[in-house]
Design a binder for this molecule. Structure first.
Ligand code: TXA
Ligand code: MG
Length: 337
């Protein structure tokens, strides 16, 4: 199959929507990362998404809607708090896990009786959902296990020949996937995956926000997890990633002791000044780091990096999302000095 590269012109958006309506899989831009979109109620189309990614069948897909008011069509009940959150954060990078109804097939929900609902803000994505008339199931458009794609080029690299088309909607704004939450009582939510809607922001609407322990710690093999994605190795480039929590002096010394061919450092903007070893920078603050992280991990692979020492980001605000992706990319290998 030849994968078409589409633009965000009216004709191309209409074509992408038509393809999804007809059961094909299309790479689509969102404000977080690119997704692999298919009609959420078409079992065969959804199976093609799992096949294109090589994704385990028990890892559910997020369902994307044009407006949160459409969630009633696909869920069996919606708590009051979800409406309050939607008012504040939809459209945007927030996914709410709700009890699903029969319009969402078990293939889409990975066998769970819940569904993650998200209303993306990216204009082209919004148009595609509207024109297709579908709820669009879309996981991140990477091959399972690799870093999520933040450009159409990344999607092409992973998916060329495996899907019908990719819509180039530019570089993803946030660069990390949406915040995934579940409901923990009338006024409380639990963060299952941190993203650009931060704990601090959720606390403006919710009485209590619990951070699931699996966000920062490895789960034991066979343990019961709140979100299937927590079990799998993720965001991993070919290179061996090592997170380092240390001041710049100690970080520099550590890289020096281990320096040889194909060893790299991934540091904050500004750290590179006077740093004597091969390096790349990934932003100055948490949102910059979120924006650049996956792009840099892919670039390091292109350069043949075998070992990458990464300065660990702050866990404040959106930094928690960056830290969470990195610690998984590192297989939980952290050096603290
Ligand atoms: O920003 C995003 O969320 C992107 C864009 C394309 O929208 N999508 C995305 O999908 O990151 P994916 O499939 O790569 O990650 C979805 C995560 C997985 O870890 C999955 O286990 C979890 O959300 N998830 C989905 N539905 C769930 C459910 N019903 N219950 C618990 N966790 C769920
Ligand atoms: Mg993903």
């Amino acid at each position: 199959m030849e994968t078409l590269l589409l633009s965000t012109s009216d004709e191309d958006i209409a074509l992408a929507a038509e393809m999804i309506k007809n059961g094909q899989v299309v790479g689509i831009p969102t404000e977080t990362v690119y997704g692999l979109g298919a009609d959420a109620s078409n079992e065969e189309a959804v199976r093609s998404v799992f096949a294109a990614k090589g994704r385990p069948a028990d890892n559910p897909l997020i369902v994307h809607l044009a407006d949160f008011s459409h969630a009633v069509k696909y869920t069996s009940s919606i708590p009051e708090l979800a409406y309050k959150l939607a008012e504040r954060f939809c459209p945007g990078p927030l996914t709410m896990v709700l009890p699903k109804n029969e319009r969402i097939p078990m293939v889409t929900s990975g066998g769970l009786d819940t569904v993650g609902i998200r209303v993306p803000s990216h204009k082209a994505m919004h148009r595609i959902i509207e024109l297709s008339g579908c709820a669009i199931a879309a996981p991140s458009a990477n091959t399972s296990g690799l870093p999520s794609p933040t450009s159409a080029e990344h999607v092409m690299r992973d998916m060329n020949g495996r899907i019908a088309a990719v819509v180039d909607g530019g570089q993803s704004e946030f660069g990390v996937e949406s915040t995934v939450i579940s409901f923990d009582g009338a006024d409380a939510v639990r963060i299952l995956r941190p993203g650009a809607v931060t704990r601090e922001m959720l606390l403006e609407v919710c009485g209590e926000v619990v951070i699931d322990p699996a966000i920062l710690h490895e789960v034991d093999a066979g343990a019961k997890v709140a979100s299937p994605g927590m079990k799998y190795k993720h965001y991993s480039p070919k290179a061996d990633i090592i997170m380092v929590e240390a001041a710049m002096d100690d970080f520099t010394a550590l890289v020096g002791e281990n320096y040889k061919d194909n060893v790299w450092a991934l540091v904050f903007d500004g750290d590179e000044n006077g740093f004597p070893y091969r390096n790349m920078t990934y932003g100055a603050d948490s949102s910059g780091q979120a924006h650049w992280l996956f792009q840099r991990l892919r670039e390091l692979d292109d350069l043949g990096a075998e070992k990458v020492y990464v300065r660990a980001p702050s866990t404040e605000g959106v930094g928690l999302a960056v830290y969470n992706r990195l610690i998984r990319a590192a297989g939980f290998e952290v050096i603290r000095i």
